[in-house]
Design a protein. Structure first.
Length: 641
């Protein structure tokens, strides 16, 4: 009996121990899961405000420490648990609720009329108030669009409804009778108010389609920060506009295919058994190539616009390696999940592309006289006007050589129109339009057989005019110890370039972006902006009036709210100041702007510009860790401006 009881007791103890271990494991899992959920779902907001206000925690011996609790003696170094972290995230997440809706006049949405001579806009103010402003660009005059109090009284009298002067019940207006009256819609009723007598009457005529702010090449309203605003605009991915007539046989971006019909519909080229075949309209087939193999097959086909040549791309596959990620705590199951995706790493073999051409008269394939493309594929292939040649842009792996290669589509002979080399790094993968479109540092001017090219060959990013026939540099367009940042417009008729640059204003942060215009020959450089700040842009640059005589310039700094100005296109001169953004309500919450600093680099000469976001409870007598959060490279700047 004693042995039996001893056995039962031992089993009971083991069972109890097992249950205790399971319970402990479950509690640990729940606690860890809560922490993971918190980290995933309560990540601190990516904003300067959050960075500036997050102050309660520091790093001590590699561990997070609750500074305030430590000061109170409630916690020692490294004793912060998930609940403390939870409180920190709650404070950070609550910051946006405290600061949201407390900035005003951050953007302007101009509504041009009177053939681009005038425009109106609306300011949304504190407490839900609003005001309408009228600007006469020719007279450099800014004034209230009307007497808000008188219009409110007139509308109340005519409609029988209560109307508040700074909360008028409409969000758009239209001037009529040579600005002697204004129309607006309330509900489904259009009203017209005489601006001399301030009498409001119902109008049978509805509001005309509003003419929005015109950008170069496109109609565009200035983007509002409030995404719900009726004037909000989204970023565009279109390349800079080239104002020239597209002639037949000019620029094309054909899509490679495994079966492609010729433009004259006489032939169909297709890939079968790793090689290229040709089929005529009667269905008769002939094999064109024999060198294709399973490990190095022909993969794509491109016809010349005149159907007299065929480009055939043979592709040897790369490693196509994958990376793996483990989701430890998925929401729909207890077990972890494995995720994978393709991700080439340094040293991995990329796809290798070999160019072959076929003259349709001889039907004999020829390998083009150029090495295989080991990076980026056949980029920006374009045909000459006579369809005899095509060009493509080739970036060598490592970004130390960039070429514009011309290929004879019938013989396969090649030449380099542009051959750019550098011992350091050539900016090729990122767009002049702030990483939106790759490869548009090369602008082709078909009508004059010229190329606009951006190069760092003199040590700074500048523009050059290239003879497309010879590859010779006709002239350097921009020069100096400053950099071209992006091209917004190329006007082939007036031979002018509208672009962005930085570092040209010696008394400002050299990273601030400004706008310029210059002639193809390098003369007539005009600075369109001058304010001490980073200047914003819309889809295609600045917000221009419909007649292109004026534009609205908005600029700011991390320590200065946006300033809005009306300027002249001809010389960049100031017409009038429009608005200064109001952040007084934000500052009343205790928010403080980041501080700008400049310090010398390791060489003792180079200025390094940065910002400091101090904690909300900053104490000058205490020491704080410095959080450096960047993803650096020779091509990037990550400090907010």
């Amino acid at each position: 009996m004693r042995r039996l009881l001893s056995s039962i007791s031992r089993k009971t103890w083991l069972m109890a121990a097992f249950v205790a271990l399971v319970a402990a494991g479950w509690l640990a899992y729940v606690r860890l899961g809560a922490t993971r959920t918190l980290a995933a779902e309560s990540a601190p907001p990516a904003s300067l405000e959050a960075t500036a206000a997050a102050a309660e925690y520091a790093i001590h011996d590699g561990k997070i420490v609750d500074v305030e609790a430590s000061d109170r003696g409630e916690s020692g170094p490294g004793k912060v648990d998930s609940l403390d972290i939870h409180k920190a995230y709650e404070r950070a997440n609550g910051l946006l609720a405290q600061t949201n809706g407390k900035t005003f006049k951050m953007t302007i949405a101009p509504h041009w009329f009177d053939e681009g001579r005038r425009f109106w806009y609306r300011n949304d103010l504190r407490g839900g108030a609003m005001e309408y402003v009228l600007v006469d660009a020719e007279k450099a005059k800014r004034e209230p669009a009307f007497d808000h109090a008188r219009l409110a009284a007139a509308l109340a009298k005519a409609s029988g409804a209560k109307v508040v002067a700074d909360r008028l019940p409409f969000d758009a207006i239209e001037f009529a009778d040579e600005i002697k009256s204004v129309r607006f819609k309330v509900g489904g009723v259009t009203w017209q108010c005489d601006l001399a007598s301030y009498e409001c009457t119902r109008s049978k005529k509805g509001l005309q389609k509003e003419e929005s702010s015109s950008q170069i090449g496109n109609a565009l309203e200035s983007a509002a920060l409030d995404e719900t605003s009726p004037w909000a605009a989204e970023e565009d991915d279109a390349p800079p506009e080239v104002l020239q007539k597209k002639k037949k046989g000019g620029f094309t971006q054909p899509q490679p295919k495994q079966e492609a019909r010729s433009p004259d519909s006489k032939w169909t080229a297709f890939i079968q058994n790793d090689n290229v075949f040709l089929r005529d309209k009667e269905g008769k087939e002939a094999q064109l190539t024999t060198v294709g193999t399973a490990g190095n097959p022909f993969a794509s086909l491109i016809w010349a616009p005149d159907s007299r040549a065929l480009v055939m791309i043979r592709t040897e596959p790369g490693d196509n390696k994958e990376v793996y990620m483990i989701e430890t705590s998925p929401k729909d199951q207890l077990a972890a999940k494995l995720h994978r995706r393709p991700y080439p790493r340094p040293g991995d073999k990329f796809n290798l592309h070999e160019i072959h051409v076929l003259d349709m008269e001889t039907k004999k394939p020829v390998k083009a006289d150029v090495e295989r493309i080991d990076y980026g594929g056949l980029a920006r292939l374009r045909w000459s006007k006579d369809a005899r040649h095509f060009t493509f842009e080739k970036t060598d792996r490592g970004h130390q050589r960039f070429r514009v290669v011309e290929v004879d589509a019938r013989t396969g002979k090649t030449r380099n129109i542009i051959d750019e080399k550098a011992e350091t790094f050539i900016w090729t993968e990122h767009s002049p339009r702030f990483d939106e479109i790759p490869g548009i540092w090369v602008n082709y001017l078909d009508a004059t057989d010229e190329i606009l090219f951006a190069s760092e060959r003199d040590g700074w990013k500048h523009l050059y005019l290239i003879d497309a026939k010879t590859g010779a540099v006709k002239n350097q367009i921009t020069k100096g110890e400053w950099a071209v940042r992006g091209i917004d417009r190329v006007d082939a008729k007036t031979r002018q370039i509208w672009f962005r640059g930085n570092g040209k204003n010696p008394d400002q942060d050299p990273y601030f972006v400004h706008y310029y215009r210059v002639n193809f020959d390098g003369t007539g450089l005009v600075a369109l902006t001058e304010g001490n700040g980073d200047h914003y842009r819309g889809k295609d640059g600045l917000a221009f009036s419909p007649d292109k005589k004026y534009f609205i310039d908005t600029y700011s700094r991390v320590d200065m709210p946006p300033v809005h100005e009306l300027r002249r296109v001809a010389d960049g001169s100031l017409v009038c100041k429009l608005e200064q953004a109001d952040i007084s309500a934000l500052e009343a919450t205790g928010w403080r702007a980041p501080e700008v600093f400049v310090a010398k680099g390791r060489d003792g000469k180079t200025d390094i510009w940065g910002i400091v976001c101090r904690p909300q409870n900053y104490d000058a007598n205490k020491k704080y860790p410095v959080i450096e959060y960047i993803y650096a490279g020779p091509h990037g700047s990550f400090t907010p401006k």
